[in-house]
Design a protein. Structure first.
Length: 81
C-alpha cells in the first residue's frame, strides 16, 4: 500500500466488481489499483481498473489514466498512457 497518496478533490477510481468469463457468465473481479509511494493525483482525475502507478509520480488534474505509469514520471492528459 502507498505510504503517501496525495489526492485533490473529485478523484474517481473505477473498479470492476464483476467480469464475464468466456461462456458469458458473471464472476467476481479481482482487478485492483496499485499505487506506489509519494503519488500525487490532481483534481477531477479518473484512474481505470487494473492500472499500476509507480513511486514518486505526479498526475495532472483532469487526467484519465488508462495504462501503467512508471516511477518518477510527471504525466497528464486525457487517455494518459
Amino acid at each position: 500500500m502507498a505510504k503517501q497518496l496525495f489526492k485533490k478533490s473529485k478523484l474517481l477510481m473505477v473498479r470492476l466488481l464483476f467480469t464475464r468469463d468466456r461462456a458469458g457468465f458473471l464472476k467476481k473481479s479481482n482487478i485492483f489499483h496499485s499505487f506506489g509511494d509519494n503519488v500525487m493525483i490532481g483534481a477531477d482525475s479518473i484512474v481505470m481498473p487494473g492500472v499500476k502507478i509507480g513511486n514518486n509520480v505526479i498526475i495532472a488534474a483532469g487526467s484519465v489514466v488508462t495504462k501503467e505509469i512508471t516511477d518518477g514520471v510527471v504525466a497528464g492528459g486525457c487517455l494518459l498512457r
